[in-house]
Design a protein around this ligand. Structure first.
Ligand code: GLN
Length: 566
């Protein structure tokens, strides 16, 4: 029988439900079970594609083109697997499916009602995601007590009735504050969260207690008495320096075996955390340290959410750092302030990154940073927008195309070196914004004897991606001629290098080291590099989405290596 683990959160949001879910999934995989995870987002948006990252964190992109909550990224990074978009369920998707079905007359004249139709559709989607897996974790977004997650709790309860209590486990993640005026860990909010959950007929089997420190036995006992679950199922989730410590901490309390026992499963193999532990140890105590400047639009984003909107870039840097036994300090630099203060402040850094972005603000500052990196031979990594801006910089300052720009930034530019392809123009005319960017994995054919080819070859990614290609739709591969080598990275953008300018840029020394040949014959530039520069590589893709602790992204690895050599 298939097993389900429902993870809900109490007390408040932001206590790490996503990481806890991802960690448990990984632990169970270590015990030999085919495990996956589903994220439920109770908002009415159909997907996260139209959400502002500064409000909701990064938009995660799946191989199959889903634009999803960042927690799915944690699942992929911890499980080391590619998870499809069907593993994300939103209220918007549920209602849209039901209403579309009703309009097609598929309910045969019946009244369409909240119960049973909403929980039924939720269950249908959860079961679909569970296909092919033995254990499925279902993380319910938001906090117990929110109106929004009631339908999902109801649906999980109904699933339990269908398949039996022994096949469903409930985990509650709570937060135990230590107020500054009384130096004591308080359990009351947790007690209230348990009570709130019980109003839905759900009693947690396991409680994960997020707090500054691990819980003492008095606190565990208190929760035992109140929640009526044995203290051994009250698990500490103390603050950590790196999220990759979390599964190790859980296992210190034997969480994996405790879950299996409750689900009446026996471990199939002994977990092997050797490599994982080694990498965590390096993140905590690296032999060397470097500093990387990340150029962003600071003012718009404010102090608190900036790293969250680029969580995968941070993670990819952390992975590459761990592999090279290097601690990487990331400093965010406001693009606009670079124009005021001058780019010389960049001389303090070992490398410069311009990550993905949209809109006009801050672009001239980012271009100035790229010019600085190019001229002063500072390692540069450009991601998506960071590649487009590097092309603009090169067009203006080397190829002599005065006023060159992207039509996203300046629609009147005399040299639209970055522009929309005709298909995108048609979509925007019809105001079709949601889910219409170039999304998901696409193949990039790599040129021989380029830096980019070398980076991917070193990590064995060519063979791996050719294998992975078998699972993807044809359009994602495009046209590949015999003998050509390609890699697969994920994308999320509308604009492209204008093919009309590619020749001119190449004549001036810019190397396009990879391209996609779409089924309709368009050539889309995927990578650029500058020969003779220690490391100047940029890509139209987001390689950060495929970086994992145990399998870092080749371009990030190359970049950090170059930073170390500087
Ligand atoms: N704004 C650019 C585009 O739409 C780049 C997007 C990105 O960096 N993700 O093409």
């Amino acid at each position: 029988m298939k097993k389900y683990i429902i993870v809900a959160g109490g007390v408040m949001s932001g206590v790490g439900k996503g990481i806890a879910t991802a960690s448990i999934a990984r632990i169970l995989k270590e015990y030999g079970f085919r495990t996956t995870a589903v994220k439920i987002d109770p908002y009415i948006n159909y997907d996260a594609g139209t959400l502002r990252p500064t409000e909701h964190g990064e938009v995660w992109v799946t191989d199959d083109g889903g634009e999803i909550d960042q927690d799915l990224g944690s699942y992929e990074r911890f499980l080391g697997e590619n998870i499809p978009k069907r593993n994300n369920i939103t209220t918007g998707q549920i209602y849209k499916t039901i209403i579309d079905r009703e309009r097609r007359g598929e309910y045969l004249g019946k009244t369409v009602q909240f119960i049973p139709h909403v929980p039924d559709e939720i269950k249908r989607r959860v079961k679909l995601a569970a296909r092919g897996y033995e254990i499925t974790l279902v993380e319910i977004g938001g906090t117990i007590g929110d109106y929004e997650n009631i339908p999902f709790l109801f649906a999980m309860k109904s699933l339990e009735r269908e398949i039996g209590k022994q096949n469903v486990l409930y985990i509650l993640l709570t937060y135990l504050p230590i107020p500054s005026h009384i130096p004591e860990m308080k359990t009351k909010p947790t007690q209230q969260a348990i009570k709130a959950l019980s109003e839905h007929g759900i009693f947690p089997d396991i409680i994960l207690c997020r707090a500054k420190k691990p819980l003492d036995s008095i606190r565990k006992k208190k929760i035992e008495t109140y929640a009526n679950i044995e203290a051994e199922y009250v698990i500490s989730a103390p603050d950590v320096k790196t999220v990759y410590e979390v599964p190790l901490n859980f296992e210190k309390e034997g969480l994996g075996r405790k879950i299996l026992k409750k689900l009446r499963l026996r471990p199939r193999k002994e977990p092997d955390w050797t490599r994982w532990r080694e990498l965590v140890e390096r993140i905590l105590n690296p032999s060397r340290k470097i500093r990387v400047a990340m150029i962003g639009k600071y003012v718009e984003i404010g102090d608190y959410t900036l790293p969250d909107s680029y969580i995968s870039v941070n993670q990819a840097i952390e992975h590459a750092g761990a592999w090279l036994d290097t601690g990487v300090e990331i400093e965010w630099i406001d693009a606009d302030s670079l124009l005021e203060k001058g780019t010389s402040i960049l001389s303090d850094f070992h490398g410069i990154v311009v990550p993905g972005g949209f809109g006009t603000k801050g672009t001239e500052g980012k271009i100035a940073a790229i010019e600085y990196a190019r001229k002063n031979k500072v390692p540069y990594l450009g991601l998506c927008f960071g590649m487009q801006l590097a092309v603009i910089e090169y067009a203006r300052n080397v190829a002599g195309l005065k006023g060159a720009n992207s039509t996203e930034i300046d629609p009147e530019t005399p040299h639209p070196v970055i522009d929309l392809m005709p298909s995108q123009k048609r979509l925007l005319k019809k105001k079709r914004y949601g889910g219409t960017m170039r999304l998901g994995a696409y193949a990039a054919v790599l040129k021989e004897k380029t830096r980019v080819m070398e980076l991917y070859k070193e990590r064995g990614r060519i063979e791996k991606d050719m294998e992975r290609a078998k699972e993807l739709e044809k359009k994602r591969l495009g046209i590949i001629h015999g003998g050509e080598k390609f890699v697969l990275e994920r994308h999320r953008h509308r604009y492209e290098v204008n093919p009309e300018y590619a020749g001119k840029l190449e004549e001036n020394g810019l190397v396009f080291s990879g391209f996609h040949r779409s089924l309709n014959g368009e050539i889309l530039m995927e990578y650029i590099e500058l020969p003779g520069h220690p490391f100047f590589v940029a890509t139209q893709s987001h390689p950060e989405f495929l970086s994992r602790l145990e399998d870092p992204s080749p371009v990030f690895l190359g970049f950090i290596k170059a930073c170390l050599e500087r």
